[in-house]
Design a protein around this ligand. Sequence first.
Ligand code: IPD
Ligand code: CA
Ligand code: CA
Length: 259
Amino acid sequence: MLQSTLIEAARAGAAEILRYFQGTFRVDNKEGINNLVTEADHASEKAILSVIRNAYPDHMILAEESGKSHQTDEYKWVVDPIDGTVNFAHGIPLNAVSIGIEKNGEIIMGVVYNPHLQEMFFAEKGIGAFLNDKPIRVSNEKKVIKSCLVTGFPYIYLDQPNGPLEVFARFVRKGVPVRRIGSAAIDLCWVAAGRFDGFYEHKLEPWDSAAGSLIVTEAGGMITNHQGNEFSIYQHAVLASNGWIHDELVGVLNNTHEL
Ligand code: IPD
Ligand code: CA
Ligand code: CA
C-alpha cells in the first residue's frame, strides 16, 4: 500500500512535469542566482501531495516548495517535485520527481522518477534497489584515478576551504572525469546503477537526497558526510560511492590524500 501510493505520487508529479515541459510556463527566482522555481514545480508538488494526503491524511510531509506540514506522525514523506529545475527550465530532459519515506527517522522507501527517460528508480529498506523493476548494483571500480564521478554546485557559492571548486579542480587536474548532471537525485541513482562510481556535493537539502540515499545503499553502495561519518538527510555535505573508493574519496575531499 505504501509502495503503490509512493509510485502513484511519483507518476502524478511526473505527469505535470511532462505537461509543462514542451510548453511555456512562469519562472520565478528563489534565493541565490539562477535558483529557479517554475509553475511546473508547484503543479507537480500539488499533484504529489494530493495523492499522499488522500491515502495517508495523518502522515507528515516535508516538501521543497510548501515546507513542513503540521501533522506529527511516525511517517514523514520528503518530497522534491522537480529535482533539476534549472535543467527543466532549459528544456534539458534530466530532471526527476524524488520522494523518500521516513519512518521514525529512518528512510524506508524511496522513488526517483525521470519521466523523460522513463527511468523509475525504487528502493525499499532491506529489500533492494530497482530500475524499472530490475535489480541494480553499484560498480566495482576500486581506484579513484580510474573512476567516473559526478558532482553538483550550490546556487550560492561556498567559498570555504575544500569548497566545491577547489575539490573539483583536485580531481580534474589529475584527469578524473567529474560530470555535472544538474540533479542530485539522478546523480545518486546513477551511482546506484553503476553508471558513476561516486558522487559528492557540498550543500544538499533533505528532499535532494532522501530517496537517492536509500537507493544507493540498497544497491550495495555507501553514503556518508564528507568526513566519512554517518549520513543524515538533514546535513548538507553528501558523499556517495560504490563503497570501494569511499575512503580514498574522503581523503581527496579533505585534502589528506593526493591522487
Ligand atoms: C538542485 C539539484 C542540483 C544540485 C542543487 C540542488 P533543484 O535541486 O539537485 O543538482 O546541484 O544543489 O538544489 O533546485 O533542482 O530541486
Ligand atoms: Ca532538489
Ligand atoms: Ca526542486
